[in-house]
Design a protein around this ligand. Structure first.
Ligand code: ZN
Ligand code: ZN
Length: 345
């Protein structure tokens, strides 16, 4: 089968590799129909996580072509989406439906631990836990967003303790940041200030209901947020970038007693946290990847009943064989390219 492999810094290729086999009697094989590129795939591509070669991709929608003897909830032929983060499915941690709590340790597809989803076939362990039948009224793009990005934005907004009518800053307006913008509004934010260096991305956030915030030359993001909030600062800051600079901005923009909710993926280096300022200002700092499985019961009804839109995020579609061009396009982080998906099956 074909598999997209990041070979090194800014080097990606489509390789022919052996078909995967069932990962145990509780597993399934999914024939991928469409798979998306995630910002975290770019951490390999850009060299932030230099573990090569790595078969990438963890956002997958497809059809089941094989199930193990212990799989009870799914059958061959069903259309499913695959949670990007995997747990064993059997332990007390997984029973909370948050794979991060798995006692065996959560694993992410396409990061070296499990197969990459930008491929023709994907082996899925603990299929009863890991899969969701694509619900009625959920299109391919919404289904792809339910594997990771929307759950991440949703979890980031939930964990931001947004008071009704409160002011939220979202740092970084890639797909996850834009999902956080929409989630914050659904969860009761009165005002979302959307920050990104790319004007077109701010404009996209504005079309989703946010207020774009672009500090003029010489004015910091923290100063601009203070100016926009009468000197108070934001009730919550959602950091969908998670580099040292954005974390500094988050501490500068949040009000005393406010919450910083980090959903970006930091690089391997430690961050020098302003702990003294944090304690004196009584700041709550939360960091998370998405509790993907747990978000489905919230998000599916919100999407199906039109309360949470998933449109306007996918901007580009490529055939799997065009992966090098697709990666080059998304890595340029231009205004008009937010989220890329592959046609596979
Ligand atoms: Zn992802
Ligand atoms: Zn587990």
């Amino acid at each position: 089968m074909r598999s997209v492999v990041v070979q090194g810094h800014r080097q990606v290729s489509v390789e022919q590799v052996p078909d995967p086999v069932l990962p145990g009697p509780d597993g399934a094989i999914v024939a991928v129909e469409t798979a998306a590129i995630c910002g975290s795939d770019l951490h390999f591509y850009d060299g932030d996580l230099p573990f090569y070669p790595v078969a990438v991709g963890h956002e997958v929608v497809g059809r089941i072509v094989e199930v193990g003897t212990q799989v009870s909830r799914f059958h061959v032929g069903e259309r499913v989406l695959v949670a990007s983060v995997a747990g064993c499915g059997a332990c007390a941690g997984c029973q909370t439906r948050n794979p991060i709590a798995c006692h065996s340790g959560a694993k992410v597809f396409g990061s070296g631990e499990l197969g990459g989803g930008q491929s023709d076939l994907l082996a899925v362990p603990a299929a009863d836990f890991q899969l969701l039948r694509v619900p009625e009224g959920i299109d391919d793009e919404a289904a792809l967003l339910l594997t990771d990005n929307l759950g991440t934005g949703w979890a980031g907004a939930q964990r931001a303790d947004i008071p009704p009518g409160g002011t939220v800053v979202v740092l970084g307006l890639g797909a996850v940041g834009l999902c956080a913008v929409r989630s914050a509004l659904v969860l009761g934010a009165g005002r979302v200030l959307a920050v990104d260096p790319v004007a077109g991305r701010r404009a996209r956030a504005a079309s989703f209901g946010a207020e774009p915030l672009a500090p003029p030359e010489g004015v910091s993001i923290g100063e601009a947020v203070l100016a926009a909030t009468g000197g108070l600062g934001a009730d919550a800051v959602i950091d969908a970038v998670a580099v040292d600079r954005s974390l500094d901005d988050a501490f500068a923009a949040v009000r005393a007693t406010g919450t910083i909710s980090v959903i970006g993926v930091h690089d391997m280096a430690p961050y020098p946290m302003p702990a003294l300022m944090g304690v004196f200002r009584s700041i709550t700092l939360r960091m998370t990847t998405a509790p993907v499985h747990r978000t489905w019961s919230d998000l599916v009804p919100l999407i199906r009943h039109g309360r949470l839109s998933t449109t306007g995020l996918f901007t580009d579609v490529y055939d799997l064989d065009q992966a090098p061009a697709a990666y080059e396009r998304i890595a340029a982080r231009t205004a008009d390219c937010v989220k890329v998906r592959f046609r596979v099956g």
